[in-house]
Design a protein around this ligand. Structure first.
Ligand code: PBG
Length: 327
């Protein structure tokens, strides 16, 4: 048979397959999200996210150490406060849970890169991502509080802030506030392309942040839309975002591709709690091979163009990369 082009020629051995591999990954691009809560001696497994825990400030050390040992250099903090109120004051309290965790983490692990999620839903009694006006979030009043939150994180030791609230104009508000306090060099990673998604279900259990009424559809995007996602990405880049995030990851990789073409910043993809929970559940039932699925999900996010991968599997992935199972 006359056939000049035989694609299988390049698949003949592991050495060759690795030589021609198109997507290469590195541990330095992994970010691990961690939940910290008030109290002492707490290491509570999250029922909907087996293998993930809520740590108190004194116990998070063991996890941070394990991450650092595995070569995961960046962590993103989520706080679970003791008290919530209408205006989410725990978010910008200098003795708030995230602020305390940051001070401790900075002291114990000066080389670890500390990112914070900037949002109000974990701190408001109604569970929405800002202050309310009637039954909707008041965009412009929320901006001041988000900026205050970001500033208090940076002053407590955050190396980077990541607003996830989806208010209009928040990148500009944060940038102006940080700059006014001489934090010109602190980068902002914007959750710019964030959809109203059921994939956040387990997270809301973990953080106790489900909205007490309604949903987040007046601020997070409709998942039928792609042009709107690009619009958000471009707006946030213009307002000064240093990194643009797409969230969730797995079902939104088309957005990663498009956003990567549209912006000039690095792109991040967040493989969210629902993705983690689905893999865990299917693996527990023996329906899938957890390690292999996790590698494939990560590789597809990088293949789509993500530069940074935020995942609850960061520590495992670092190990798989060391072992040459992916990368
Ligand atoms: C806060 C926030 C959420 C997530 C990250 N930041 C929840 C939400 O928007 O409802 C979700 C992360 C995950 O599901 O892993 N707004």
């Amino acid at each position: 048979m006359e056939m000049v082009k035989r694609p299988r020629r390049l698949r003949g051995s592991e050495v060759l397959r690795k030589m021609v591999r198109e997507t290469r990954m590195d541990k330095s691009s992994l970010v691990y999200p961690i939940f910290v809560k008030e109290g002492r001696g707490i290491r509570e497994e999250i029922p909907t996210m087996p293998g993930q825990y809520r740590y108190s400030v004194d116990t998070m050390e063991e996890k941070l150490e394990a991450l650092a040992d595995a070569g995961v250099g960046s962590v993103m903090f989520f706080g679970i406060p003791d008290h919530k109120d209408e205006v989410g004051s725990g978010a910008y309290d200098e003795n708030g849970i995230v602020q305390k965790a940051l001070r401790k983490a900075k002291e114990q692990f000066p080389d670890l890169y500390l990112i914070t999620d900037v949002c109000m839903c974990e701190y408001t009694s109604h569970g929405h991502c800002g202050v309310l006006c009637g039954h909707d979030v008041d965009n412009d009043r929320t901006l001041d509080l988000l900026a205050k939150t970001a500033l208090s994180h940076v002053e407590a030791g955050a190396d980077m802030v990541a607003p996830s609230d989806m208010m209009d104009g928040r990148i500009r508000a944060l940038r102006e506030c940080l700059d006014a306090h001489h934090h010109y060099t602190t980068p902002i990673m914007s959750y710019a392309v964030k959809y109203a998604s059921s994939f956040y279900g387990p997270f809301r259990d973990a953080a106790g942040s489900a909205p007490s009424f309604g949903d987040r559809k007046t601020y997070q995007m409709d998942y039928h839309n792609i042009r709107e996602g690009i619009k958000e990405a471009l707006l946030d880049e213009e307002e000064g975002a240093d990194i643009i995030m797409v969230k969730p990851a797995m079902s939104f990789l088309d957005l990663v591709v498009k956003v990567k073409e549209a912006v000039h910043t690095p792109v991040a993809a967040y493989s969210v709690s629902g993705e983690y929970a689905m893999v865990k559940a299917a693996a527990k039932l023996g329906y899938v091979d957890e390690d292999k699925i996790v590698c494939e999900m990560a590789a597809s996010a990088y293949r789509a163009g993500t530069d940074i991968y935020i995942t609850y599997y960061a520590q495992e992935l670092a190990k798989f990369m060391d072992e040459g199972r992916i990368g």
